[in-house]
Design a binder for this molecule. Structure first.
Ligand SMILES: Nc1ncnc2c1ncn2[C@@H]1O[C@H](COP(=O)(O)OP(=O)(O)O)[C@@H](O)[C@H]1O
Ligand SMILES: [Mg+2]
Length: 341
């Protein structure tokens, strides 16, 4: 869970260019929230994400990540907790490095011993191939090509992977961290995570047993089904991984053509769903803001003016959004692209 409390940011204070970009903002992101953010140009959307990731320092306020204030941690120290993806496809990947080198660098980020950064085992290689294959862009056959040769959409898809493939902790570590990150309900948290772990393990074991006994299945089918059962088990336990990155997407499809943009959004949605990532996605496209995520916020002049979630969010129409915007944001206008989508 992330809590933003009383965040304020003024650019160029005390000068003629003084501008309050974030104005005493409060926001609670629940675990697994996928929030879309819309608002006029200059509303403070990018500034907000930059403050969360640490690339900008707020003037006042706290940023609590699972109860710990990270507002004073440097961007570098915060990096493992946040995956920040920008509009410009050139920003997220290293042009002169190959696809596999970019992925390896991202996966080993935060590791101290740089000696190991560059050793890529066969096991790693097949992991990267599998990840690239899941993007559905044919990139698994281009592991050793320089990223500079790829299209903007392909680069954004790789940037998304890079933001979300940091080294996965063991189940034991996940249980330990979950308890550590819930200090206020320590015993309860421990009981909960241990119970879920053992329940899921039993379910997995029972599935394997019945797959093995099923004489109608070929050896290949059996191994496929067992793998599927394991993945389901793995996914359930990883819901408790509190060290998963929070995804911060700043109009990451705005520079792409519409077809590629929607492909990258589909990939985004799948990664977020499969890994249960808490996500904030700024978009200028109202259709996308309505279509994706479980919650929508609107910003105007450094404040959150609308915050809708659940069924209310699902039923929103563009007309309603425009209406909400004009009611909540006097003297502020949405860009044409936001309205036209
Ligand atoms: N580094 C900066 N220095 C001065 N002003 C800035 C800086 N970054 C953003 N601003 C100003 O703060 C306001 C909010 O900017 P931004 O967060 O980029 O808006 P949005 O992403 O919603 O379009 C704008 O008026 C912008 O000009
Ligand atoms: Mg912006």
């Amino acid at each position: 869970m992330i809590e933003l409390k009383n965040i304020t940011k003024t650019f160029n204070p005390g000068t003629v260019n003084e501008h309050k970009a974030i104005d005493n903002l409060n926001l609670v992101l629940n675990e697994g929230d996928f929030i879309t953010v819309i608002g006029s140009n200059g509303a403070g959307k990018s500034t907000l994400l930059n403050i969360i990731s640490g690339s900008l320092e707020a003037d006042t306020g706290f940023i609590l990540l699972n109860g710990t204030n990270v507002a004073n941690l440097s961007e570098h120290r915060r990096a493992p907790y946040f995956g920040h993806v920008f509009q410009d496809p050139m920003k997220g990947t290293a042009t002169d490095m190959t696809v596999i080198e970019n992925l390896a660098l991202a996966r080993n980020r935060g590791k101290r011993n740089s000696m190991f950064r560059w050793s890529i085992s066969n096991k790693d290689k097949s992991y990267y191939e599998e990840q690239l294959k899941s993007l559905g862009l044919g990139l698994e056959s281009r592991l050793y090509q320089k990223v500079g040769l790829l299209s903007g959409g392909q680069r954004q898809a790789i940037t998304l992977l890079m933001a979300t493939i940091s080294q996965k902790p063991s189940f034991k570590q996940i249980r330990k961290d979950y308890v550590k990150f819930n200090p206020a309900r320590r015993d309860e948290a421990k009981e909960e995570v241990e119970r879920v772990y053992h329940e899921q393990k039993e379910i997995y074991k029972a599935k394997v047993k019945s797959i093995v006994k099923d004489h109608g299945l070929s050896v290949q089918e059996k191994s496929h089904k067992i793998k599927e059962a394991y993945n389901a088990f793995d996914t359930k336990i990883r819901e408790y991984d509190v060290t998963k990155p929070v995804l911060l997407l700043d109009e990451h499809t705005a520079a792409l053509d519409p077809k590629t943009a929607s492909k990258v959004l589909e990939i985004t949605e799948r990664i977020v769903r499969e890994q249960h990532l808490t996500t904030i996605m700024i978009t200028h496209n109202m259709n996308d803001a309505i279509k994706y995520g479980n919650r929508l916020i609107m910003m105007s002049k450094g404040k959150i003016t609308v915050d809708v979630s659940g069924d209310e969010k699902k039923k929103l129409t563009i007309t309603q959004l425009l209406d909400m915007f004009s009611k909540s944001s006097e003297n502020d206008t949405l860009s044409d692209s936001a309205i036209l989508g």
